[in-house]
Design a protein around this ligand. Structure first.
Ligand code: SF4
Ligand code: SF4
Length: 186
């Protein structure tokens, strides 16, 4: 079991935070729909994030702000316990979880075609607390570093595509139509 799974099982971490938002791309949404059989409107919302968090992003001029239209992003519909896919024994969709969940607590930059990993600045994260080197942390978590880097590249393309279609989501264009238009496959 990797540290995130352990952290989730112990009730900690990012998954039970009700003051946050779990950003998803349409690739994530389609994958979750296929894995769970749920309809998009049962687990997705195009909505604002908590004011305090949005203010923090604005203050830091965070690059993530690009993902918003009218202060809204595509995200999982949270319950009063946090993520709707957080079960008593951890993430119910671990293999199909959103890219952002897979990425956390790591971050990346692509420099001259190469993925350079770093850590997010997170408090109370077991992985960040225990490790100084992201690649070593990944190895200890049982992740294949090269596979993870490939995932980062794929995710980066998904984010670029999100920027192209998010104006359509904000106008209320049905998600199925956007998926077809952008030939999104998982
Ligand atoms: S990223 Fe850190 S805080 Fe979040 S679930 Fe994993 S170990 Fe826990
Ligand atoms: S999808 Fe899974 S990993 Fe992501 S926040 Fe929900 S429970 Fe946690």
């Amino acid at each position: 079991m990797n540290l995130c799974e352990q952290c989730i099982k112990e009730g900690g971490g990012c998954c039970n935070n009700t003051e946050s938002a779990i950003f998803v791309t349409l690739h994530d949404a389609l994958r979750i729909k296929k894995a769970t059989g749920l309809e998009f409107d049962e687990f997705l919302a195009f909505d604002k994030i908590p004011d305090a968090w949005f203010k923090e992003l604005k203050k830091a001029q965070d690059a993530f702000l690009n993902m918003f239209v009218d202060n809204k992003i595509l995200q999982l519909k949270l319950t009063d316990k946090g993520c709707p896919f957080l079960g008593p024994k951890g993430c119910l969709i671990f293999k199909h979880r959103p890219g952002l969940c897979r990425l956390f607590p790591f971050n990346y930059k692509i420099i001259k075609g190469k993925v350079v990993l770093s850590f997010e600045k997170l408090e109370d994260c077991t992985i960040v607390e225990k490790h100084a080197d992201p690649e070593r942390a990944l190895k200890e978590m049982g992740e294949n570093v090269e596979e993870f880097k490939k995932f980062c590249k794929r995710y980066d393309k998904e984010l670029d595509m999100y920027l192209e279609y998010v104006p359509l989501i904000s106008k209320g264009v049905p998600l199925e139509r956007i998926i077809k238009k952008f030939k999104i496959k998982v």
